[in-house]
Design a protein. Structure first.
Length: 91
């Protein structure tokens, strides 16, 4: 679960150049509540959320632990309630 948490922190704080692989501080940092409609922001959240759910389905982490991490590390950053977060991502 620590690696997943690191993925979240990295995804939220840095952008990776697809050609060079170089990571730079993201331009979307800070208060994300106003930036939720930016496609890149939404795509990053969706990727990280989906990845976390795949870890549950592969039985690599238990659901309660994942729920806690997703609530604290992903959903809290948006300012959305969990149900609204799911709707925002299209689930």
């Amino acid at each position: 679960i620590c690696i997943y948490e690191l993925m979240i922190e990295t995804g939220m704080m840095y952008d990776r150049d697809p050609e060079t692989g170089i990571m730079t501080p993201t331009e979307f940092g800070g208060d994300l509540g106003e930036k939720l409609d930016i496609p890149e922001v939404k795509a990053e959240f969706k990727y990280l959320y989906s990845y976390g759910m795949s870890l549950i389905s592969k039985k690599m982490v238990d659901i309660d632990t994942m729920k806690e991490v997703v609530l604290e590390k992903l959903i809290a950053r948006t300012g959305l309630e969990p149900k609204k977060f799911d709707e925002w991502l299209g689930y």
